[in-house]
Design a binder for this molecule. Structure first.
Ligand code: NDP
Length: 252
């Protein structure tokens, strides 16, 4: 697979799955824009990429999203591939006082940003007949834990948004697909505010909920994203590809 001269935006490229995606695209010849809020982490990932454009940006802010697309096109001259990967979760009960504030924050990050970045990117991606990959979760397909309604709803919305836009953009030769990971070892759990022991307990719990008795590395998810972004997947659009170590097929 080669992505020579393809221009790729990866949101949430500062960490975990997004970092693995950015590094892999770059190693296969792509020109990469990596996006996140944490400058230090972005620079650490940038060192593993070939001349990336680093954009410190918050995907919940409209001006930042305009900057992501405009600066990429200005810097590299075009846009081929958008990977909407940035995402957060919140442990929130529907009974919590904070329920609506958490809902708004999770929806702004996990779905509104994907919608707006797709809106801004689509005219450029139509010109290059490129494609869009949205990173969802198996939480869109099955309720896996309690107090996760914000996250579950945001990812379910992302799945159906993908199918809807795939239908519309197909006539322009643009593909749009979803990758839905199961448990992956990243900072995602730490970002929920758990300490080290709680994080290990959470990964242990998630591992036991898989048929293959394992948690994925970010690189496995990146491999799937690159396949879908490549010409090998030229017949695939509006599809959801699950990589979850068999979480969806585990039987009692
Ligand atoms: P990480 O927490 O390691 O990475 C999340 C990334 O999102 C970071 O780079 C972070 O960048 C970025 N991000 C979050 N909020 C914003 C924001 N407002 N603006 C810009 N960037 C933002 O988690 P993962 O790598 O695991 O998560 C990546 C995606 O994979 C998410 O969409 C997640 O829902 C999904 N996923 C993860 C699973 C897992 O088990 N890890 C399972 C299923 C799905 P920064 O902090 O620099 O802003």
């Amino acid at each position: 697979m080669s992505f020579n001269d393809k221009v790729v935006i990866v949101t949430g490229g500062s960490s975990g799955i997004g970092a693995a995606i950015a590094i892999k695209f770059s190693s296969l010849g792509a020109k990469i824009t990596i996006v996140g809020r944490n400058e230090q982490k972005l620079h650490a990932v940038a060192k593993k990429c070939e001349n990336p454009l680093i954009l410190i940006a918050d995907v919940t802010k409209e001006n930042d999203m305009k900057k992501i697309v405009n600066d990429t096109v200005k810097h590299f001259g075009k846009l081929d591939i958008l990977v909407n990967n940035a995402g957060i979760a919140r442990n929130t009960s529907i009974l919590n006082e904070n329920a609506m504030a958490d809902y708004d924050q999770v929806m702004a990050t996990n779905i509104r940003s994907c919608v707006y970045l797709t809106h801004l990117s689509a005219p450029h991606i139509i010109k290059t007949k490129g494609n869009i990959i949205n990173i969802s979760s198996i939480a869109a397909l099955k309720v896996l834990s309690k107090q996760a309604f914000t996250y579950n709803a945001s990812k379910a919305a992302l799945d159906h948004f993908t199918r809807s836009v795939a239908s519309e953009l197909a006539s322009y030769g643009v593909r749009v697909n979803v990758v839905s990971p199961g448990p992956v070892r990243t900072d995602f759990i730490e970002n929920l505010g758990l300490d080290k022991a709680q994080q290990e307990a959470a990964f242990d719990h998630m591992r036991k909920m898989t048929a293959l008795d394992r948690v994925s590395d970010p690189e496995e998810i990146a491999d799937l994203v690159l396949f879908l972004a490549s010409d090998k997947a030229k017949g695939i659009t509006g599809a959801t590809f699950v990589s979850d170590n068999g979480s969806m097929v585990i039987a009692d």
